[in-house]
Design a protein around this ligand. Structure first.
Ligand SMILES: Cc1cc2nc3c(=O)[nH]c(=O)nc-3n(C[C@H](O)[C@H](O)[C@H](O)COP(=O)(O)OP(=O)(O)OC[C@H]3O[C@@H](n4cnc5c(N)ncnc54)[C@H](O)[C@@H]3O)c2cc1C
Length: 487
């Protein structure tokens, strides 16, 4: 094909199942680009761990692309400016990239890049890389479209690339070069590392998935641990889905198949939640339910917020979870939900500031899942059942011997550990009165119908494929499942 292509890598740091790369092979000449955008580095969700994981994923990608004859250029600057200067050096005619469902800064950036392309006669093609549908009119039929995409043949590379003369891969900057402090310790990054995590899970670790996912004692090993790889695109959602379905269909190990069916359903949730942000980008800033704007209007209580952030609320299970998260960048779903529930109901904090703080702590920060979950666990979607987690009950159910809490809160039982920051019973009584009172109002119920129509899951489509076939899901996993399906 005549013309020159620029493959723009963003959160798709892989070679396999990569539509823009496959398309670039058809062009006379091609280059690849990753832009380190100041808007990203300056955004309140960004943490050095995200940049560190990106750089560590880019290194092997750059090497593999070079072996195929495609130099990966890395530049720092606003995307339209970088494209402008690169166009002067390499007159590309086509820009090829994946769609991104990001926060406000990347949405604004995409509009600016679209304008720049139109003004400069560059044809920009974007491909979906998850089940998220752009310009979706109705949620009906969404699950069928998800399945169609996920079951389609993966994109394949066919030989090498033809790069213009004189181009070489750009040496990658360090965090210090970018003016950033060091990152907390990172797990192995890049496509090969991601594949190894997936293989290990599908080869046997997934057997105990449903039993392990709720307790922070077992979840670290028992969950797939693929979230950061899915967030940075070192594996495609389709390849994870297809590999999982293949094992489910072929393994003689029924326990493994049972575990993997539970996991498979969660891959749908990934896209289901991202679709909400795609459909309504400002849910990162404001309540799904505008009627809930009257709740939590008071300025953020800094003292409570800081105690929560630092893991010193005087509630041992809450503090242990926060400390694990801060140290490792990961926490299992149930404990994330408990942290947010505690901030929202016990401490009566609006979700936005806690959400930004958590976004920086989660290595797997994925805006669509994150902001939907922040609101869901804070009771502001207007449609899902209010779930208030009691830290004491979570400890009894998921850490009955106190092993986990002692690991992360060694000073428990000494004068160094603080007294509870709030009285649980009193705080929850006030929270429930405010929330249930609001939900009883007619306008709030009317608004809820519209939210359900726009964002709610169509129950027939969403439940995990395996849930229908499995006789009786074990209690813990079933509880987590119920919690999700409602929104
Ligand atoms: C307040 C809050 C914020 C969250 N923020 C994020 C986030 O920024 N990024 C993120 O990937 N997940 C987020 N989650 C969802 C969930 O906690 C993580 O996906 C999960 O813990 C990641 O670990 P894993 O890959 O081992 O999960 P597994 O249990 O092995 O699940 C496999 C994959 O399925 C998807 N998935 C699992 N649970 C959910 C869920 N509840 N909703 C949507 N997708 C799901 C993820 O892509 C995950 O990697 C959040 C949950 C809560 C309660």
């Amino acid at each position: 094909m005549s013309g020159a292509a620029l493959v723009w890598f963003k959160r798709d740091l892989r070679l396999r199942d990569h539509a823009p790369l496959a398309e670039a092979q058809r062009f006379e000449r091609a280059l690849a680009l990753f832009v380190i955008e100041p808007e990203w580095l300056d955004s309140p969700e960004c943490d050095p761990q995200h940049v560190g994981f990106t750089l560590a994923s880019l290194q092997p990608l750059q090497d593999e692309l070079a072996a195929l004859g495609l130099p990966l250029i890395v530049r720092v600057g606003p995307a339209p400016q970088v494209l402008q200067s690169l166009r002067a050096e390499f007159g590309f005619t086509h820009l090829l990239s994946h769609e991104e469902t990001g926060t406000g800064w990347s949405y604004t950036r995409d509009i600016a890049v679209g304008r720049w392309c139109r003004e400069h006669g560059v044809a920009w093609t974007e491909w979906p890389q998850t089940g998220v549908v752009r310009r979706l009119r109705s949620r009906s039929g969404w699950a069928g479209r998800w399945a169609q995409r996920m079951d389609a043949a993966p994109q394949r590379l066919d030989g090498g690339f033809r790069a213009p003369d004189g181009w070489a891969p750009t040496p990658l900057p360090t965090l210090a070069d970018l003016g950033l402090p060091p990152s907390r310790p990172l797990p192995p990054a890049g496509e090969a590392a991601a594949q190894a995590v997936l293989d290990d899970f599908l080869d046997g670790r997934g057997r105990g998935y449903r039993r392990a996912l709720s307790s922070p004692l077992t979840a670290e090993q028992g969950c797939s641990r693929l979230s950061a790889h899915l967030a940075f695109g070192t594996l495609s959602m389709r390849s994870v889905h297809q590999a999982t379905e293949h094992v489910i269909a072929t393994t003689p190990d029924r326990t493994l198949a049972y575990g993997l069916r539970g996991f498979s359903g969660r891959l749908r949730w990934h896209c289901h939640f991202m679709q909400k942000l795609e459909d309504e980008p400002d849910i990162e800033f404001r309540n799904f339910s505008r009627a809930h704007d009257t709740l939590r209007q008071e300025p953020l209580d800094r003292e409570r917020f800081e105690a929560w952030c630092e893991g010193r609320t005087g509630y041992p299970m809450v503090d242990a979870c926060m400390r694990q998260l801060r140290a490792t960048g990961w926490l299992n779903f149930r404990m994330r939900a408990m942290l947010v529930s505690f901030a929202a109901y016990h401490l009566w904090l609006h979700w936005r500031e806690p959400g930004l703080f958590l976004a920086r702590q989660f290595l797997d920060f994925e805006p669509g899942i994150h902001w939907s979950q922040m609101q869901m666990q804070s009771g502001t979607t207007g449609i899902n059942t209010l779930r208030i987690y009691s830290p004491r009950k979570q400890a009894e159910d998921h850490d009955p011997e106190g092993v986990y809490v002692r690991r992360w809160v060694p000073e428990l039982g000494t004068p160094a550990y603080p007294a509870p920051i709030v009285d649980e019973r009193g705080a929850l009584a006030v929270a429930k009165e405010r929330l249930y009172g609001l939900r009883g109002e007619r306008e709030v119920r009317q608004e809820a119908d519209a939210i359900q129509q726009r964002h709610g899951s169509r129950r027939s489509g969403l439940p995990p494929s395996g849930m229908k076939r499995a006789a009786k899901p074990r209690a813990a996993a079933a509880a987590d499942d119920r919690q999700q399906e409602l929104f």
